[in-house]
Design a binder for this molecule. Structure first.
Ligand code: SAM
Length: 451
């Protein structure tokens, strides 16, 4: 692909991002912002660029399935990417006329390649226009069918269907292709949800209370991160599911809390809000550049109870001494299969080898947390994945090797009552929030009561 970018052009910008993602140069969410700036994408076109980029990534395997009958011979990878993003607009966006999509694609093909490539692109897209796209009913194998229909790798669909059954797997995979809700957490130390609704509405956005988390608002009609309400520290951008750990911890003012895997600080700052200015939360993360993000957010929100440290949670009891904390959160590194809606790249970058490796880290972090926790203290283990091995699997292995840790019901807002009293697995299709897992434990003296 020639390095001849078309300044201000949404489709050419989408092509650059998708091509870089495919070559594993960066994640789409990070590239999107830098590309918007380097291409000078106008404010009114930013939404369209986001939609085409994420949509094409979300439906990549489906788009390839549709294109396959029309492709004769070998294509350069960037030409395939251009065809995917063009077909995405034709199949999934009904407001863009066919001829406009084809003209844009041909222009980009000419400029980034040559006349010959432009004519191939033109031919393929015109054939699709004439003959349409094929049905999924041509696929006999049920795993393969869901995989192609929802654009998730077959190994992932197979794994989930073994864990949750075919129907739940299909529901989850379809949900993953929807646009995520835009939600914010109100900084309850500074304002009430009602006051923040007024602030956001005075800035031209629409906000309404979340149906599942009391201090959460669902925002539409603009980007909350670009508001004064955000700038002045009244809100944090956070998914509803990510607001659960601060509840499960049962934090009370005056307590000492350790957030062992804290960056970028979404849960640390929520814990600080539950402390109401009394007590302390120590936010630790392995990476110094990420700890800076926690510090910036804590400053913006005005939380004085947050301290930060760079370090490896697996070695932290040597640093802090044993039995120091009333509450510990291990929001562990995980496969992230609950946040595919926000980060579609995850579907194509994870491999089956990741799960065992992650579980080893998760267990090591939990093992250290037990030493740091005061007797009677609460430990919460959470992940943003739906994978059973990393969730229930890790939690059960942990319990089996730590008799002093008793499982306790996760104390969550009322909407989660149906999730029961044990380990809580939230699926993306349950409430439209991220897939998430929570397990709560209390440290006892380890003695089994005699009957
Ligand atoms: C799921 S993210 C945490 C998200 C964070 N709790 C929040 O709500 O913003 C996991 C974090 O664990 C950190 N991490 C990975 N291994 C770690 C370790 N051994 N010790 C401490 N932090 C670690 C990663 O850098 C990453 O920031």
């Amino acid at each position: 692909m020639k390095n001849k970018k078309i300044h201000g052009n949404v489709r050419d910008a989408a092509l650059s991002i998708l091509y870089a993602v495919e070559n594993k140069q960066a994640y789409s969410n990070l590239l999107l912002n830098t590309t918007m700036d380097s291409y000078g994408i106008s404010a009114k076109n930013k939404g369209l660029l986001t939609e085409i980029t994420y949509g094409t990534l979300q439906h990549q395997m489906t788009l390839d399935y549709y294109l396959e009958p029309y492709i004769k011979g070998k294509l350069d990878p960037w030409v395939r990417t251009l065809l995917r993003l063009s077909l995405y607009q034709i199949v999934y966006l009904d407001r863009i006329p066919f001829h406009a999509v084809i003209n844009e694609a041909v222009e980009i093909a000419k400029r980034r390649g040559h006349g010959g490539i432009a004519s191939v692109v033109n031919g393929i897209l015109r054939s699709v226009q004439r003959s349409g796209v094929r049905s999924f009913n041509e696929i006999a194998d049920p795993i393969e069918k869901i995989s192609i229909e929802t654009s998730h790798p077959a190994w992932m669909i197979k794994r989930w269907s073994e864990q949750f059954g075919l129907q739940k797997t299909r529901e989850m995979a379809l949900e993953n292709n929807k646009a995520p809700l835009q939600t914010v957490r109100v900084n309850t130390v500074q304002a009430t949800p009602e006051q923040v609704i007024e602030m956001l509405e005075s800035e031209g956005l629409t906000a309404e209370p979340s149906k599942i988390i009391p201090e959460c608002l669902v925002v539409t009609g603009g980007q909350p991160v670009r508001t004064q309400t955000f700038e002045k520290g009244f809100i944090t951008i956070q998914d509803e599911s990510s607001m659960l750990p601060a509840y499960a911890l049962q934090v009370e003012p005056g307590m000492t809390v350790l957030d062992m895997c804290a960056a970028p600080g979404g849960k640390t700052t929520h814990i600080a809000e539950k402390l109401e200015g009394h007590g302390a939360v120590l936010a630790m993360d392995l990476h110094a550049h990420k700890v800076k993000l926690i510090e910036e957010t804590a400053k913006r929100l005005g939380h004085q109870t947050i301290e930060t440290t760079v370090g490896d949670g697996r070695e932290s009891s040597e640093r802090f001494g044993e039995e120091k904390f009333d509450r510990i959160l291990v929001d562990a590194p995980c496969s992230g299969l609950g946040v595919i809606k926000r980060k579609p790249d995850i579907k194509y970058t994870k491999t089956p080898d990741d799960f065992g490796r992650l579980q080893t880290i998760q267990l090591a972090l939990l093992d250290e947390a037990v030493k740091l926790l005061k007797p009677g203290g609460i430990l919460v283990y959470s992940t943003c994945t739906v994978d059973t091995e990393e969730n229930r699997g890790t939690a059960e292995k942990f319990m089996n090797t730590h008799p002093q840790m008793e499982q306790i019901p996760a104390e969550l807002p009322a909407a989660f009552k149906s999730k029961g009293k044990g380990f809580v697995q939230v699926f993306p299709q349950d409430f439209g929030s991220d897939g998430f897992f929570i397990a709560s434990f209390r440290k006892t003296d380890g003695q089994v009561a005699e009957s």
